[in-house]
Ligand binder design. Structure first.
Ligand code: ADP
Length: 593
């Protein structure tokens, strides 16, 4: 599976590296002052390299001409001055470049997260959490590495090369041109290496995603792993993912470390040719010994920046590959929100007309030709075998997914016409997998739109959800931290907090998807009374496994294989002696219920 995704990602046509880089540069726009300061810093640094060569020429000339006395204090002072300026340049350049890069990463991360919360539910089903987290963390880290390192080397060493070459041309242009003949060959080697780096980088990112995927699954499912003896299987899976990562990493290093000596050797060849010519009397006849030494020094000083410039490629390509994955994410289509009707006072009339739905990744229809009328304030119970499509149907009301054909109407208007947030503000939802955030109980009950609620309102909701008793018993009451996803609470306590959240929301439409499944019969009965109160004057869609909890529903619909096979009231359906009656008799013959 992992491998398949990696292959697809690699073979799809990618925008050119330049295009991605320019897009990344746009993020730099807001920090242009810092960028300028950084460039000034690097200019200072770069100017000091030829200055050192020039100083050397001066020293040699002074010594060979025997006029030492004047320069005895000047030369040491000049050396100090050069290094002070160079130091200031290094600081300005490095620090302000880091500032720019961190701002870019901050902007990328926040816009990625802004995007994340707007993506359709189907996206979250299609991508493993680990890969998504790797995009937000590892990929953005790669970008920071790319910007700081690459920009530093490109600017600092690039400017240094320009400065040194300028100085060499000024000293002896013929000799410099000979030296420059070798540069295109170096260029070729570099461009070959850069292509290879980019390909490898994408593979490493995918392999990195694999490592986090496996780890996060094993962490989340640690109990299942232990009890079902999955330890060895998980260890093997992780080892394979880590191995793939290691292999790609090593390939990358191999290319990098082959690249360095090859470039260095090319430089050595050019250096040898240079010296051979430089020693010819016709070319360097008019040069003083100071000129000669300064020229060779400058040529020698070129080695380090050129080597660094070629080395920067791996980082640059890593950054480009990471930015590609980030931009691809940022370009993804958000949830469709074309509706314009805004209201937070829906009556709650719900009607499904010949509605069909399928999940993006499934081939056949998940729900087929569903027609149903649920008048405002009434209760609809969805029952039937698991996998029939009950939760799917409930999830279509807040438009977590878009339907395939037919209509879903609320207050006689197709739900696509409502502005999404406005539609959802009219719906409260309690589902089987209770989601609690790592915060206090109060924050979890008064979540989102409800943040402004007063303590009295929160307590009233907690009481109605039968949660107040256990909250009161906790050391910090409402201010007790619940731990990540509420691990510090029992399943029933978590569910009661989720119910309190829904009670506090006080929305005209209420969806209860197995809302009381984690409760024992006694607590369920207590909450059921609370829920019955909550359901009054509210349109409710309740999914329940235990039929005893929904007998009073106005409409009961039996859902099977994506279709409604029966609907009516409890007594009507019993009298019909069909699917519902069968489910009913099955449950009441089971001793546990
Ligand atoms: P129920 O709530 O009645 O148990 P569901 O609505 O959860 O049934 O599931 C109905 C069908 O849709 C099942 O066949 C299930 O495999 C499929 N299904 C559920 N969720 C998804 C999803 N996110 N992507 C694809 N198929 C899904």
């Amino acid at each position: 599976m992992q491998g398949d995704i990696a292959k697809v990602e690699e073979t799809t046509t990618k925008p050119s590296g330049m295009k991605i880089y320019f897009r990344l540069l746009r993020y730099v726009g807001s920090s242009w002052v810092y960028l300028l300061l950084s460039i000034i810093g690097y200019l200072l640094y770069a100017a000091m390299e030829p200055a050192l060569a020039a100083l050397l020429k001066h020293i040699v000339d002074v010594v060979s001409e025997g006029q030492i006395t004047d320069s005895r204090t000047l030369i040491p002072l000049a050396i100090l001055a050069i290094f002070i300026v160079r130091g200031i340049g290094t600081f300005l350049g490095g620090y302000f470049m880091a500032k720019v890069a961190n701002k870019v990463v901050f902007d990328l991360r926040t816009s990625m997260f802004d995007k994340l919360v707007l993506l359709p539910s189907s996206y979250f089903n299609s991508i493993p959490t680990g890969r998504l987290l790797a995009k937000l963390t590892y990929d953005t880290e790669q970008v920071i590495g790319s910007i700081t390192q690459a920009a530093r080397v490109l600017l600092r060493e690039g400017l240094t090369v320009i400065g040194l070459l300028g100085y060499m041309l000024y000293m002896n242009w013929r000799l410099s041109i000979l030296f420059l003949l070798v540069v295109p060959i170096i260029g070729l080697v570099v461009s070959y290496a850069s292509k290879r780096f980019r390909k490898l980088s994408t593979r490493i990112q995918n392999a990195m995603g694999g490592v986090t995927d496996v780890a996060s699954e094993a962490i989340k499912g640690q109990e299942v792993v232990k009890i079902f003896g999955g330890t060895e299987y998980e260890i093997e899976r992780f080892r394979l993912a880590a191995e793939e990562n290691q292999r790609s990493q090593l390939k990358m290093e191999k290319t990098k470390f082959l690249n360095v000596p090859i470039v260095q050797f090319l430089l050595a060849i050019s250096m040898s040719i240079l010296i051979w010519f430089a020693l010819s009397p016709t070319i360097s006849a008019h040069m003083t010994s100071g000129d000669f030494i300064a020229f060779l020094t400058a040529a020698g000083m070129l080695g380090k920046p050129i080597r660094q410039l070629t080395d920067v490629n791996s980082t640059l390509q890593k950054g480009i590959a990471a930015s590609y994955s980030i931009f691809e994410f940022l370009d993804m289509k958000e949830e469709e929100n074309t509706g314009s009707v805004k209201t937070n006072h829906l009556k709650g009339d719900i009607e499904l007309r010949n509605m069909s739905f399928k999940y993006p990744e499934s081939e056949s229809l998940t729900l087929k030709n569903i027609s149903l009328k649920l008048p405002a304030g009434k209760t609809l119970a969805l029952v039937g075998r698991s996998g029939g499509g009950k939760s799917t149907m409930a999830n279509l009301i807040p438009r977590f997914y878009n339907i395939e054909s037919g209509e879903i109407r609320i207050d006689d208007l197709q739900i696509e016409n409502y502005e999404l947030a406005s539609l959802r503000s009219n719906i409260a939802l309690v589902n089987q997998q209770v989601v609690l955030f790592n915060g206090t109980i109060r924050e979890n009950i008064a979540y989102g739109y409800l943040r402004e609620s007063t303590d009295e309102e929160v307590i009233a909701a907690a009481k109605a959800a039968n949660a107040w008793d256990f909250i009161q018993d906790l050391d910090d009451g409402l201010n007790t931290m619940v731990g990540e996803n509420g691990v510090l609470l029992s399943g029933g306590q978590r569910q009661r907090i989720a119910i309190a959240r829904a009670i506090l929301k006080n929305a005209p439409i209420l969806i209860l998807d197995e809302a009381t499944s984690a409760l024992d019969t006694e607590s369920e009965r207590a909450i059921q009374t609370a829920l019955d109160g909550l359901m009054q004057n509210r349109t409710t869609i309740a999914i329940a496994h235990r039929l005893s909890t929904i007998e009073n529903a106005d409409i009961i619909a039996v859902v099977d294989k994506g279709e409604i096979i029966e609907q009516g009231s409890h007594s009507e359906l019993l009298a019909k002696n069909g699917a519902y009656a069968q489910l009913h008799s099955q449950q009441f013959s089971e001793p546990t219920d």
